[in-house]
Design a protein around this ligand. Structure first.
Ligand code: GCU
Length: 425
């Protein structure tokens, strides 16, 4: 009964929250707020060099995000093992090398695992740079390739994809192809790697008894402590385990792995880039609240809404900022700044007001001073650019026409930005 009740409340919560008058979509009603200055230490000393940023300010911001926002991921002291389950040269009509790797997180086949799907351009004579991203319904959804293993973990029901009892289906092969232009990416010389996010932690509201969390519980523990990892931190941690594999695969340019994500997985991509500096570049697509959008603007989705509807995404300490964003000692521009000096791209969509496109732009812009410390140009514009007019410094940004989604247009900008930064050299 409890579970059904919670589910009904959560489902109905999404609609009224999104449509209620309490959600602010009016620029005139954005409160006056002070953005924390990423170039001033907690003891008020100015950060005058990239060295001080790296040694003092960066850890200060990272620790705050860990303890108050996403939650600390545990240290992983287990031996990880990798099993190549399948590979084929000449996949996708001869254009790709497909490799499917199972990552045993405890080093044992009886422990938890993540399935990694990799496509690399065929016939490469050097290691390939690649885009890695989590997906919502399984690796089989990103392209219609019958050889892709279906996930074995819990999947959110989606009758449209034939998923009705939380199990991935044959019918869902290729259903998200429009979000993953694998062939075009390969043709540009990049590989693509995919992981189903539920392999790391199923995104089933509020539960922490499945997925990776319980493997780290102390005796008697049933829920992460207030400063311990929520689901976003767990998903980001899973991306790092894929990175562990990339470093061992001689066909992959592990120094040019680009982490990309959409929406909740865009929040995750930014957090993965922040916590794991092996990622050479990060891309946030329509990540919104808790991602690229400034929390203190309270425009569209707010901290209170996200913590209420998705209580498992952040750590419990984050609840203290519900309707009290002014108390946050960081804001999301500093999450973006944690990428510095590595390139980072933020993409918004015009009709995606829930994710606050302007707040995403302002955060990208406010991260710029940190890049300037490194002698790099951050976001090269003072004004928010017009729709479909990308701006690209070491921080890149675009707002495209259309709704909350990932489109070919978005991917064309991501690839261009990656080229600009020498990812495909
Ligand atoms: C909801 C949620 C957003 C999230 C999105 C998604 O809309 O409120 O924060 O980005 O789902 O992940 O699809």
């Amino acid at each position: 009964m409890n579970r059904i009740f919670v589910l009904i409340v959560l489902i109905s919560a999404r609609v009224p929250f999104a449509q209620s008058n309490n959600v602010n979509y009016d620029e005139a009603k954005v409160p006056v707020f002070d953005l924390p200055d990423p170039l001033i230490l907690a003891d008020e000393t100015p950060v005058l060099s990239s060295q001080i940023w790296l040694e003092k300010k960066r850890p200060e911001i990272l620790t705050y995000f860990e303890e108050q926002v996403y939650g600390r991921a545990p240290r992983w002291e287990h031996q990880i093992t990798f099993q190549i389950r399948e590979q084929q040269r000449g996949a996708l009509d001869g254009t790709a090398l497909r490799r499917q790797v199972r990552i045993y997180l405890l080093g044992s086949t009886s422990g938890p695992f993540i399935d990694l799907l990799i496509y690399l351009p065929a016939g490469l004579d050097k290691p390939a740079p690649l885009f890695v991203g989590l997906n919502f319904y399984g690796n089989q959804t990103i392209i219609d390739d019958p050889a892709i293993f279906l996930p074995e973990s819990w999947v959110d029901n989606e009758p449209e994809y034939g998923i009705t009892d939380h199990k991935a289906t044959e019918a869902s092969r290729g259903v998200r192809e429009y979000r993953w232009p694998v062939r075009q990416i390969l043709a540009r010389g990049y590989g693509v790697a995919a992981i189903y996010y539920g392999d790391i932690d199923p995104d089933d509201e509020g539960r922490f008894d499945n997925g990776i969390h319980p493997w780290f519980y102390q005796p008697g523990q049933t829920h992460p402590a207030a400063d311990e990892w929520g689901a976003i931190a767990a998903w980001a941690w899973g991306l790092s385990r894929a990175m562990d594999y990339f470093q061992l695969d001689a066909d992959i340019a592990a120094d040019r792995v680009i982490v990309m994500g959409h929406s909740r997985l865009g929040k995750t991509a930014l957090w993965a880039g922040a916590t794991d500096q092996r990622f050479a570049m990060a891309i946030s697509n329509n990540s919104g609240c808790g991602g690229a959008a400034l929390s203190k603007r309270r425009f569209g989705e707010t901290v209170k809404i996200i913590n209420t509807v998705f209580p498992h995404w952040f750590c419990d300490n984050f609840n203290a900022f519900n309707d009290q964003e002014e108390k946050l000692e960081v804001d999301q521009h500093e999450l973006i700044a944690l990428m510095a000096p590595r390139p980072v791209y933020v993409a918004s969509a015009q009709d995606d007001l829930w994710a606050d496109p302007r707040g995403e732009f302002l955060a990208a812009q406010a991260a710029s001073p940190v890049y300037q410390l490194f002698g790099l140009q951050g976001l090269p514009t003072e004004e928010m650019p017009a729709v479909n007019t990308p701006v690209m410094g070491t921080i890149g940004y675009h707002i495209r026409t259309g709704v909350h989604d990932v489109t070919l247009y978005d991917w064309e900008q991501f690839m261009h930005f990656a080229d600009l930064h020498g990812m495909n050299r």
